[in-house]
Write a protein that binds this ligand. Structure first.
Ligand SMILES: NC(=O)c1ccc[n+]([C@@H]2O[C@H](COP(=O)([O-])OP(=O)(O)OC[C@H]3O[C@@H](n4cnc5c(N)ncnc54)[C@H](O)[C@@H]3O)[C@@H](O)[C@H]2O)c1
Length: 246
């Protein structure tokens, strides 16, 4: 039943949206969840609401020392990290490549890609020593299909898929499974960063002709973060209403 009693799970970007739904789902499965987010105030509210030993940590995933401190703090408080869900991400401004600034590009790389690199690197020594771990990275269908008007986002999410496959293979014999999930459009605050036309374009590409719900993403992440996911690694799972079939 994807039981996660006595597990500690870190979920980044869990102060809202998809991350919050993942945190709630893992907590219901018995895990003690660490709500790791830039936004400490909202993270604390989520931790209080989901209970079961959940606690909030302020972390900026773009800074390697902030990530290292967060991992140390979780180990100090709980003694273990069984699952890491790298969910925090940004869409960045919509527009063709010739309107994208250096700053928008660098911010997308820092949050969507470097943040996941730093977090995976920081937890893996601990997971390798315990010979157990589950890492789930949140990519996007944009990383497979390439959304026009979202070059920095699409490129960094493609990077997340590549990172997942490569790390998954590096630790495949060590009891650690590393997978990623690619959602299509999900109704969260991230969509505020985009224009209505961009959202309409992305939704029109979905065969189910509807947006996803955060809980629908959380259901797939739950399996991948649990011990039941034992023979699946280095994969990308689409949760996209059928948008990509490869
Ligand atoms: N909503 C969608 O349509 C959609 C589709 C595909 C993929 N995704 C991906 O799902 C993930 C979650 O998206 P969402 O829609 O819930 O987004 P959201 O904007 O609602 O929430 C993102 C969370 O990440 C946190 N965050 C941002 N930068 C951070 C940083 N540097 N350090 C720590 N935390 C940081 C924010 O504070 C926020 O709580 C993202 O990786 C996103 O790219 C979303």
């Amino acid at each position: 039943m994807f039981e996660m009693k006595n597990h500690t799970a870190i979920v980044t970007g869990a102060a809202t949206g998809i991350g919050e739904a993942i945190a709630e789902r893992l907590s219901q499965a018995g895990a003690r969840v660490v709500i790791a987010d830039l936004n400490l105030l909202d993270a604390e509210q989520v931790a209080a609401r989901i209970g079961n030993g959940a606690f909030a940590l302020e972390v900026d995933i773009t800074r390697t020392e902030s990530v290292a401190q967060a991992v140390e703090e979780v180990l100090r408080r709980t003694g273990q990290i069984d699952a890491l869900v790298n969910n925090a991400g940004i869409a960045g401004p919509a527009g063709p490549i010739w309107e994208q600034t250096d700053e928008a590009w660098q911010r997308a790389v820092a949050v969507n890609l470097s943040g996941i690199f730093y977090f995976c690197r920081a937890v893996l020594p601990h997971m390798r020593a315990r010979k157990y771990g589950r890492i789930v990275n949140i990519a996007s269908i944009a990383g497979k299909e390439g959304n026009p008007g979202m070059v920095p986002y699409s490129a960094t999410k493609a990077g997340v898929i590549g990172l997942t496959k490569s790390v998954g293979k590096e630790v495949a014999t060590e009891g650690i499974c590393v997978n990623c999930v690619s959602p299509a459009v999900v109704q969260t605050k991230i969509l505020d960063q985009l224009t209505p036309e961009q959202i309409e374009y992305m939704t029109s590409k979905i065969p189910m002709k509807r947006t996803g719900k955060p809980a629908e993403i959380a259901a797939v992440v739950h399996f991948l973060a649990s011990p039941d996911c034992s023979y699946v690694t280095a994969q990308c799972y689409d949760v996209s209403g059928g948008r990509a079939t490869y």
